[in-house]
Design a protein around this ligand. Structure first.
Ligand code: FAD
Length: 309
């Protein structure tokens, strides 16, 4: 696996035409040999079928591990159980367990699983329940038998928020929540996007001091237009950095805006990798160009695997 490890995030396409284009994007992203490609999940399960189609495409047409985002908001315990089984039955064994956001208009039930930590536990439990108990001989003995260790999901990732979740009281609450998710069985954290490497670095320092031992993968988003910057900041509650905002706005040409966005994301990636980040997770907006341009520009050159389809 090339160093530094990378992973990509996609969202389910909203039309058949977008689905066709996404197949080509996935092939190109897969050729960069990421550790996994994750696919988002609409809160409340909207577009769940399309998420599964994309995950199955990754499973069947590439050698890359597909990771399913799952949200639990609005689900009863039984519904969440069925959902996890459905993904496992389709061959998806890596998950990003999320609580999700209740509808803003206040409609709909919050559901009986109140946090991502509970969903992490549920994923492990469902995976174990699917595998019947079996026994194996104890090495070095003639008769002794023991219960065979049942396979666990490949990865159960969770979200982390270096600048704080918009609804949390302070950063300590975010660290405590992450610790709870680790205790529940999470094996990896992926951060919300951020604009300053110092936010990621100090969050990781605090998390490690608090006892977090799972890798915290920085989520980096190459933003290549002023409109996208505005939209992303509205969605995440992040404040746009003046420097990036001005540089994107004064450039009338799309190609120059692309270069500005790639160069900003590359600098961020270089800074967090230099500080010891275990890899980078790139938010792609379902486009390969900017994500792959960042990988070509980072200080540590990566090599693509030759046997990719
Ligand atoms: P939790 O871990 O349960 O909580 C996260 C934080 O929010 C904690 O700090 C907690 O203390 C605080 N908090 C939560 N609720 C409250 C409250 N009521 N009052 C005070 N504090 C509160 N959403 C989707 O719908 N689909 C996706 O595919 C998706 N993918 C994501 C991928 C990444 C990498 C990230 C970072 C986020 C993603 N989200 C997605 C968004 C996520 O669902 C929301 O941020 C949601 O609000 C919190 O989910 P969580 O799993 O972090 O929740």
């Amino acid at each position: 696996m090339p160093f530094p490890p990378v992973s990509f995030e996609l969202f389910p396409p909203r039309s058949d035409a977008a689905a066709i284009a996404l197949g080509r994007t996935i092939d190109l992203l897969a050729a960069a040999d990421p550790e996994f490609i994750s696919v988002t999940f609409g809160a409340g399960g909207s577009l769940r079928g399309r998420s599964l189609t994309v995950l199955r495409y990754i499973l069947e047409h590439t050698t890359i591990e597909p990771m399913a985002h799952l949200t639990c908001v609005g689900n009863t315990h039984d519904e969440a159980n069925v959902l996890v089984r459905e993904f496992l039955d389709q061959g998806i064994t890596s998950f990003l367990a999320l609580r999700g956001d209740p509808p803003k208009d206040g409609s709909g039930e919050v559901g009986s699983i109140g946090s991502a930590a509970e969903l992490v536990q549920l994923i492990h439990r469902v995976q174990e329940e699917r595998m019947p108990f079996s026994q194996e001989p104890v090495p070095g003995t003639r008769r002794a038998r023991r219960i065979r260790q049942r396979p666990r999901p490949e990865r159960v990732a969770v979200a982390a928020f270096p600048t704080g979740h918009p609804r949390s009281h302070d950063i300590q609450q975010d660290i405590d929540t992450l610790l709870a998710k680790q205790v529940a069985g999470a094996t990896l954290a992926i951060t919300q996007m951020f604009f300053h490497s110092s936010d990621y670095i100090s969050f990781v320092e605090r998390a490690v001091d608090a006892g977090v031992t799972i890798p915290i993968l920085p989520g980096i988003m190459p933003i290549t237009s002023p409109q996208k910057l505005k939209r992303v900041c509205e969605l995440t509650g992040e404040t746009p950095p003046a420097e990036l905002q001005i540089d994107l706005e004064i450039e009338p040409e799309k190609q120059r805006q692309f270069e500005v966005g790639v160069s900003f994301a590359t600098r961020l990636a270089d800074e967090v990798l230099a500080a010891g980040a275990p890899g980078i997770h790139l938010y792609t907006f379902n486009r390969h160009e900017a994500a792959l341009a960042v990988l070509r520009s980072i200080s540590t050159p990566r090599t693509a695997r030759e046997d990719t389809p």
